[in-house]
Design a protein around this ligand. Structure first.
Ligand code: PEP
Length: 254
């Protein structure tokens, strides 16, 4: 059975004290309330990654991630943070190609392919995001856009490398808007992505690939989304900033 992953992307929110309080609450609530097997990933800003991973220590099924990493291994790149640095402070995952990075920082597929390589070379597991804008969906171009994002960002990898990648489908029109893709819409895209993986790497690897959904996931829509056969968890933004709502989303994954 493939791994189910619920990840909370804090984006540029929470001071250090606020972040520590949130992760303490989440960890305590999960210990008391969650018996399921999904892996939970806390993805705070860079500044908190070290402390969050230390706080979680050897906690079973909870790990730490980062929201971005450099496409370079080291060197004169002021302001950048490498995958190896993040790994050295306890990160296990890194988000690559979040739509906010694509939109505000002009990160395109070829650039993101380099980041995926850098992440893997630095021992991090990439959570590679893809997703169409509203305009692209309305003009029925979404499958074409998604195919290019997946092929250009990931399909240069050898099968063994690809087996370490998590994919997150995040329709841009659903992120932070309160509009969730219907379960049917999300399932349709997830099946499409899994089929692309199957065509490239074969059915066994396609069946093992974790494909998360992201876009206004909340406690009241999570269970329905998670019941779909190709939805393997969620990348959560807004609802991850509050312990109760985040833990309730985790609990929706049985
Ligand atoms: C995200 O940022 O990845 C996200 C899905 O945000 P939200 O849950 O707030 O839509």
């Amino acid at each position: 059975m493939r791994k189910k992953i619920i990840a909370g992307n804090w984006k540029m929110n929470k001071t250090f004290e606020e972040g520590m309080a949130l992760v303490t609450e989440i960890n305590g609530m999960l210990r008391d309330e969650y018996q399921g097997s999904a892996e939970v990933v806390i993805i705070p800003p860079f500044t908190h990654v070290n402390a969050v991973s230390r706080m979680l220590g050897d906690e079973k099924n909870i790990s730490t991630g980062a929201q971005n990493c450099s496409n370079h291994a080291s060197g004169a790149y002021t302001g950048e943070v490498s995958a190896a640095m993040l790994y050295s402070v306890g990160a296990k995952y890194v988000i690559i190609g979040h739509s906010e990075r694509r939109q505000y920082f002009m990160e395109h597929n070829a650039w993101l392919a380099q980041k995926v390589d850098a992440a893997l070379a630095g021992s991090l597991l990439p959570i590679y995001c893809c997703g169409e804008t509203l305009e692209e969906r309305d003009s029925n171009k979404h499958f074409e856009v998604l195919e290019a994002q997946i092929k250009e960002g990931l399909f240069h990898l050898a099968a063994e490398q690809f087996s370490n990648v998590v994919i997150a489908y995040e329709p841009v029109w659903a992120i932070g808007t309160g509009k969730t893709a219907s379960t049917q819409q999300a399932q349709e895209v997830h099946a499409f992505i899994r089929n692309l993986v199957k065509e490239k790497y074969g059915d066994t690897l396609a069946q093992q690939t974790t494909i998360q959904y992201g876009g206004s996931v909340k406690p009241d829509n999570a269970a329905e989304l998670f019941a779909a056969s190709d939805i393997d968890g969620a990348l959560v933004g807004g609802a991850a900033l509050q312990s109760r709502s985040f833990v309730d989303i985790v609990k929706a994954m049985r």
